[in-house]
Design a protein around this ligand. Structure first.
Ligand code: PGA
Length: 289
């Protein structure tokens, strides 16, 4: 990433627990290289009962024993009912617990929904918001994404907000317009400080569960666009720090070259997160970038 500012401009310099800046001057331009900590999250979707989930994380903890927490954030996002059985196994370990959705109200007449305080008490740290399957099958919109996001931030849950275009939108040349709208709608009302706590997941809908992955170049181009949109809204410093995951048929065989791209900071993994050894292999590939 390269945000050009003249060296004479005032500039704030901050680090965070998820990365640090290297600032270089080239030909009088300040070039900000942000080193962001890799984040790999497994989205189990509607898979794994409580006992199956417990077995999976027990196996996963053994597989990831050698990974350093300072190098990678590892997250698993089981279904709501599985959270309770998985949480005690993961408590205090390097694998963090996430949920797949959160409602905007703390409680009330919202049949079938789960609130942020409920997730917090269940031991949840991260939450996926606006996954394309929620948008496609359950009427999720940028407005509901935004309301859920605000609730997650208020409760100090770490949101993973999903955006991405459909095949029709990509082929119609509308990818950037669609992403811009999802970003502006989904992140409306946030300031740079709030945005610093958000992980963005770019998931081209046509690549999810299809085995069809975006090429590293195509994914990088889109990630760079997303980062430039974040810079326009929240400033270069914030945009340089936000982690952007790629999602859509990421697996051990392609994780390394995807995460090697300068603006790809990890992955949101569906199918390949359902088996411990394969998921651990994917993480090690991503770290070998
Ligand atoms: P996939 O799913 O890895 O199975 O394509 C990714 C996702 O939907 O988060």
């Amino acid at each position: 990433m390269d945000f050009r500012r003249t060296a004479a401009e005032p500039w704030f310099f901050t680090g965070s627990d998820t990365g640090f800046y290297e600032i270089e001057y080239r030909n009088g331009w300040e070039i900000r290289q942000m080193s962001r900590k890799v984040i790999i999250a497994g989205n189990w979707k509607m898979n794994k009962t409580g006992s199956e989930g417990r077995a999976l994380v027990e196996a996963l903890l053994k597989e990831v024993a050698s990974f350093s927490e300072s190098e990678v954030d590892i997250v698993v996002c089981p279904p709501f009912t599985t959270l309770a059985q998985v949480a005690p196994v993961l408590a205090g370990t390097k694998v963090k617990l996430g949920a797949q959705n959160v409602h905007w109200a703390d409680n009330g007449a919202f049949t079938g929904e789960v609130s942020a305080p409920m997730l917090k008490e269940a031991g949840v740290e991260y939450v996926i918001i606006g996954h394309s399957e929620r948008r496609q099958y359950f009427g999720e919109t940028d407005e509901t994404v935004n309301r859920r996001l605000q609730a997650a931030l208020k409760a100090a849950l770490k949101p993973i907000v999903c955006i991405g275009e459909s095949l029709e939108e990509r082929e119609g040349g509308r990818t950037e317009a669609v992403l811009r709208q999802q970003i502006r709608g989904g992140f409306a009302g946030l300031d740079a400080a709030a945005m610093a706590g958000v992980v963005v997941a770019y998931e081209p809908v046509w690549a999810i569960g299809t085995g069809r992955t975006a090429t590293p170049e195509m994914a990088e181009e889109t990630h760079a666009f997303i980062r430039s949109e974040l810079a326009a809204l929240f400033g270069a410093e914030c945009a340089a720090a936000v982690r952007i995951q790629y999602g859509g048929s990421m697996k051990a065989a392609n994780a390394r070259e995807l995460v090697a791209q300068p603006d790809i900071d990890g992955g949101l993994i569906g199918g390949a997160a359902l088996e411990a050894a394969g998921f651990a292999k994917l993480i090690s590939e991503a770290l070998a970038r």
